[in-house]
Design a protein around this ligand. Structure first.
Ligand SMILES: [Zn+2]
Length: 317
């Protein structure tokens, strides 16, 4: 009897052990499979990278003309006749040496066009920009200043016809303005000597003057401007100063891109100034014109602790 009971107990033990061990196996399987399934749900690293690679970069606004994406096939559409039409623009105006900008065409009225830059020649030996195009305190600097040595030869950038040869004591000094058949006008200022005459036809690369520091100038440099219908634009949009070359054979001139500085110009026109008198502080000026000290600091590129010299102009708008 004892043996039978022992055998039964043994049997029960074996069955139980078997069951438990099976449960244990199941548990282990579940334990192992759960993280495996979880892992399977997270895309492997390589997939994540692929997803990012597939992502397309954000597209610019539809009327943005991205210069890099400028479609050359569209470029082809501007045939020679249309490019010639650009040079005809000036035929609607009388040829004059009396005024720098006789056209009086506002930026908003400028046509978008293509400027043929074939035959471009860099105007001086050096290419070091000493002062860029853009706002300069209360004024706007319409040119790009290039460092040079007095007496360096300055040459015409494109073929053209000399429209102005003049001297301006408080401004350009000795300067030359050339009108080009591609639709642009170029201005070369602060020359020590002028080598061309009004109405003279020039070829790209022809000497037109010698570099200098005449007029309103703090040192020898060439003040170089490019204008379209009297409106100056940043020469770095067209000229590659590093390689002394033109960035484009056919330059896409647009109001939006080429004359993007229009808003800065307008802001500058709205600017108002206060001349500092003895004892006046930034908070006094801010209070007087209903603005804040931090706005004054931003507008004048100064900080709260800047000492206000008597007679200094502080922009408040
Ligand atoms: Zn300048």
């Amino acid at each position: 009897m004892k043996n039978i009971i022992t055998t039964l107990l043994l049997l029960l033990f074996v069955i139980n052990f078997g069951l438990f061990s099976q449960t244990n196996i199941k548990k282990t399987e579940v334990k192992d499979s759960v993280p495996y399934i979880a892992k399977a749900n997270i895309p492997p690293v390589s997939t994540v990278i692929n997803v990012n690679e597939v992502k397309t970069p954000p597209k610019p606004a539809s009327n943005d003309i991205d210069v890099d994406e400028f479609d050359e096939s569209k470029d082809e559409e501007f045939d020679d006749e249309e490019i010639d039409a650009v040079s005809d623009i000036y035929k609607n105006f009388s040829w004059t040496s009396e005024r720098l900008n006789p056209y009086r065409v506002k930026i908003d009225s400028l046509p978008d066009t293509i400027i043929n830059c074939a035959g471009f020649i860099f105007p001086v030996k050096g290419s070091h920009i000493t002062s860029p195009f853009g706002p300069r305190r209360s004024r706007f600097h319409y040119g790009t200043d290039i460092g040079l040595t007095i007496g360096d030869t300055v040459v015409a950038m494109f073929d053209g016809k000399v429209r102005i040869v003049d001297y301006e004591r408080r401004g350009y000094g000795n300067y030359v303005v050339i009108q080009h058949p591609n639709g642009l006008e170029s201005i070369y200022a602060h020359l020590s000597k002028k080598l061309v005459a009004v109405n003279q036809e020039v070829k790209a690369g022809d000497p037109i003057g010698l570099g200098g520091s005449t007029g309103r100038s703090s040192g020898p440099h060439l003040h170089l401007e490019l204008r379209f219908l009297g409106n100056a634009f940043n020469t770095t949009k067209l000229i590659d100063y590093q390689h002394q070359n033109c960035l484009y054979e056919k330059f896409p001139l647009t109001k939006k891109e080429t004359f993007g500085h229009k808003t800065e110009l307008e802001k500058l026109k709205e600017a108002r100034y206060h001349r500092v008198r003895s004892g006046q502080t930034l908070s006094y000026i801010a209070h007087r014109y209903g603005t804040t000290v931090s706005t004054l600091c931003k507008l004048n590129r100064i900080n709260r602790n800047t000492v206000l010299r008597v007679g200094r102009s502080i922009r408040y708008r």
